[in-house]
Write a protein that binds this ligand. Sequence first.
Ligand code: TNX
Length: 599
Amino acid sequence: MRNLIFLNFLFLFSFQSNAQSLSIIPQPVSVEQQEGVFTFSPQVKIIYDKDVAVNANYLNSYLAKYYLVRPLIQPNIKKYIALRLLNSKQKVYSAEEYYLTITPDSVVITGSDAGIFYGIQTLLQLMPVESKMQFDIPCLNIHDYPRFSWRGMHLDCSRHFFPVEFVKKYIDMMAYYKMNTFHWHLTDDQGWRIEIKQYPKLTEIGSHRKETIVAKNFDPYIGDKTPYDGFYTQEQIKEIVKYAAQRQITIVPEIEMPGHSQAAIAAYPELACFGMSYEVLTKWGVSDVVLCPTPEVIQFYENILDEVIALFPGNYIHIGGDEVPDDHWKKSKQVTELMLKENIKTYAGVEAYFINTIEKYLISKGKKMIGWDEILDGGVSSNASIMSWRGTEGGIAAAKHGNYAVMTPGDYCYFDHCQSKNSMEPLCIGGFLPLEKVYSYEPVASELNSEQANYILGAQANVWTEYLSTNDQIEYMIFPRMLALSEVVWSQKAKKDWWDFVGRIQKQFELMEFRKINYRVPEPEIQLRPLEENKFTLGISSLKQNSDFYYTIDGSVPTSASTKYSESIVIALTPNQKVRAIAITKTGKKSIVVETVNN
Ligand code: TNX
């Protein structure tokens, strides 16, 4: 059976990759390839409508950086790239749609400002994966627009802090795949990472922790005895917001309340129900130290939100709302009094009181509130939007009640989950979320009718960073899984096809290397087909076609000095003898080592 799957895999693989040579991800709505090519060279010029200067400059600097071609922007020229705003008579399917027409004489991208940007992204994917000054791209006509308006990526910058330059790279990487919403998780128990001028201690105290737990050493606890800190100044945030806007990305900041707030409480102990002092948490998990729902605390958070609103021009503010243990509230006199006064019967109701008060404030400031699905538990207003993470139920319930929802169920969208079950996989939180499972995700649950389906804004991947502390680790976790998600949220449902995607992803692997993205090299799969006693045909394949595979049969770790696999061969193995294999790309990037035992 395994062998059969293996053969199918190889067959489909070569078939599909031949059939699809453009390799665009996410798959556009319609592509017609034409005869001929457009030749990029230093003679090519860009012309553009004056309102899309940002896009013209973006394209120009990308070409200069990667292909050493810096087109001048000039009138009356023969070979050109034109960026043109869609005129009102052209049919508009979506605010983000674009037309890309490539003929031997010109490249024309037509759309709104956003559409032109996405047209540029498609164009960039047609370019070569080596830096050269003259190259051809195929003639074609593409018309394209997204299926969903919320195409999200989240990054937890509290558990670990990521510098401004990396946040910009994260935004760039999102833009390459037409993702448009960056959910920036800025506060949590383990660190407060946004400067708030009215409350300087939030960062003076709340952005530092005395150490960090080592791996998963909870019991007995082992800390690394290394202070950890970092936060973004308001100036840096403005710079990032602007950088994102130029790439059609809206940032949704998350300020957690009333749970996941221990760093804020460490800075201002009066935010909790008891006048005790707490420290910024050094280990992971859910803290029972939560905000006290008093008028003073709510006012404090409204003041914080004033500064947050001034920094982030997007419609949405994320207020967290997840995982709020009620241990503190049960013991608090203030909470008991609040429940009597407001006639609140449950602790979920107390959370609802807190969140609903904050929501009214946000609405008064012209903002929309979004929170994790727990905010549904105690009753939520019909204006609030829900991020469905504990499965899909929250999103389904929200859509049925007419609340907008973003789907981010753990089983499909948690990019902190492991990409293999192999013990060689780098440290990850748990779970198992391979590329194919991300690809298989359908954000509109079958329980929803077409009217309710309109309340599903889209989907998002969450990148929690308890076990991810470096830029490279983040890239390893999101690539190539974000490519699968991009197709889930951008491409038409009827166009989704796993094997076609596998064919198209081949060029994307090269492109990721060219763009210096530390993607996860798909590990090889070892197939042993028994021939006769202790003799096998050895097959090695992987999702990435152009890797070199190396293997050993003496139990040692394979390296590029080991035997190189070229085609299936016959090997002899004694019982319990191991075959171990590794994939190594042309630039020397390695997959994890896999092994199969003859038993
Ligand atoms: C649950 S998802 C959390 C986070 C953790 C994450 C780890 C959510 C709303 N809360 O605080 O980092 O699990 O996967």
